[in-house]
Design a protein around this ligand. Structure first.
Ligand SMILES: [Zn+2]
Length: 115
């Protein structure tokens, strides 16, 4: 993938992430949802776990946003498309599937195993 195409893909991804976090915030602040909680206080536990679920989604979205921003920074620095761990060029099909990928499949695997 050439750098201009990568930048377009990453910018589109960033816009998509920003609009999905805006949707999450809009849903969270919906007054209809709040009155629902008041009327059904017995279901408070269910509503709580929904808030937790939303928090999890938000954390994932925020993490992905960071990855996309980091990939854009690597484009600016001229280091885009190589693994940040071992320096090997990332395969075209990996960048095509995940343009924000920072590591080759092997290093990503090692990272996940280390957790
Ligand atoms: Zn690697």
């Amino acid at each position: 993938m050439d750098q201009a195409a990568a930048r377009r893909r990453l910018s589109a991804l960033l816009a998509e992430i920003d609009s999905s976090s805006a949707t999450l915030l809009a849903e969270h602040g919906d007054p209809g949802e709040l009155s629902h909680i008041d009327q059904h206080s017995a279901e408070a536990a269910t509503d709580l776990s929904e808030v937790e679920r939303e928090e999890t989604v938000r954390t994932i979205v925020a993490g992905q946003r960071q990855e996309v921003l980091a990939a854009l920074a690597r484009l600016d620095a001229g280091t885009y498309g190589v693994c940040v761990e071992c320096g090997q060029p990332l395969p075209e099909e990996r960048l095509d599937a995940r343009p924000e990928a920072a590591r080759c499949v092997n290093c990503q695997h090692d990272l996940e195993m280390a957790r």
